[in-house]
Design a protein around this ligand. Sequence first.
Ligand code: AHR
Length: 511
Amino acid sequence: MTLAARLALHPEFTVGETDPRIYGSFIEHLGRAVYTGIYEPAHPLADEQGFRKDVLEMVRELEVPIVRYPGGNFVSGYNWEDGIGPRDKRPKRLDLAWATVDPNWVGVDEFADWARRANAEVMMAVNLGTRDVDAARNLVEYCNHPSGTQWSDLRIANGHPEPHKIKTWCLGNEMDGPWQIGAKSAADYGKTALAAGRAMKAVDPGIELVACGSSSESMATFPDWEATILDHLYDVADYVSLHQYFSKNGWNDRRSEPYGTPSYVAQSVRLESFIKSVVASCDHVKARKRARKSMNLSFDEWNIWHRNPPSGVEIPRASIAPPLLEDVYTFEDVILFGSMMLALLRHCDRVKIGCLAQLVNVIAPIMTSANGPAWRQTTFYPFLHGSKYGRGTVLDTLVVSPSYETAEWGSVPYVDALAVLNRNRSGMTVFAVNRSETQPALLTADLAGFGAARGMTEHIVMDGHDKQAANTRETPHRVTPRSGGESKLDGNQLTATLTPFSWNVLRIALN
Ligand code: AHR
């Protein structure tokens, strides 16, 4: 039976404008993200600085505007000074977060160079685990101060006469997590981050700061953590962070059984309730402080993460760049991933920054083999579609859809959808997911409020694959999008068929 779904939308009912940084990503010194991921000097496609040009091309294709660096858990034990200056003098350090060795071949200068080539800004995290105010303010001085001081002159001596002009800074990473090196109580983190943040902004008043929120919605301390840290940090911070990963096998929910497909692909509803709760926490503190400013959200780690640790691979401890967290994404993952992205967009009035965690090799849309090719995972495509066609004004899109019951998350609509008007209002994109594995959905919308719509530009679809189908080195193009979905505009009436279990991008030309 065909499901009937209807969208109610009007150009005056808006959520807000997307901040380009909602399509950000993340590179950590973890596994092969940096070494043999973005950097591999011996690779035939390496540029003069050792960066892989094939990877750079794919990153540019995604139009990622900002990349968080260097961690993640890694940053909480990182001495940034280890990664600057002549390479042969840089120390090899034990990385306690991932039980590996970091040779420091890439540090802040090289990463800033890489990001420029990728057309992206750097979002820099400072170490508030083993270090504090001094290291943090010195790093801002090294990166952003023009010249004439110890650290800025050292950057110049290291071959970077121009400051890196890094605007967005994270005050540590997941400081509530018992796994974090130097994890802190909310009050201790609040005090340390306040001192560090004040000093960092004194060095460069133009920077923006992201305070660490809870490591996920399932932390026992969520949302008290947010309330306490914001009590300390409300004035100095510009954003509070959110992190969330979902898995099929349920490891991160401490389940012994994997989720069935219907519950698995419905988890974006959890993401939305997490966002709403963090917004409520921020607004509660705002009211208590009689503040004028609203705290915005930086969802700076989001993705699907199935395995922990990777199964079947024995990782020798203390090796350099072993394969860690190299999840292979399936077609089934596309359905959840697409809805997760829509959940962020639906709250773009508060979620200004999003970082798909991560970008290359580590739970990533782009995979490489050392000395071999790079390829796009299944989840590369919905992210590409969002980044290319999902910038502009997000419309408050009412979706009327039949739903199904899940044991874990209650009633969930089969169809998830969201419309984005492009910047010059010459076009609109409707993103739509059909979560039903067996039933097609007929999606209709009355576009009368938009003036006469000119016609369908394109209907891109990902559908019809085996749920477990994936792209690998051997079969890099097994799961890709196709053009030519079934949709039409009859006057102002939009009708589109969402095939069972599909991700859809409906591009509409407006007058
Ligand atoms: O992205 C992988 C890890 O997940 C990050 O290092 C950490 O911040 C999170 O727990």
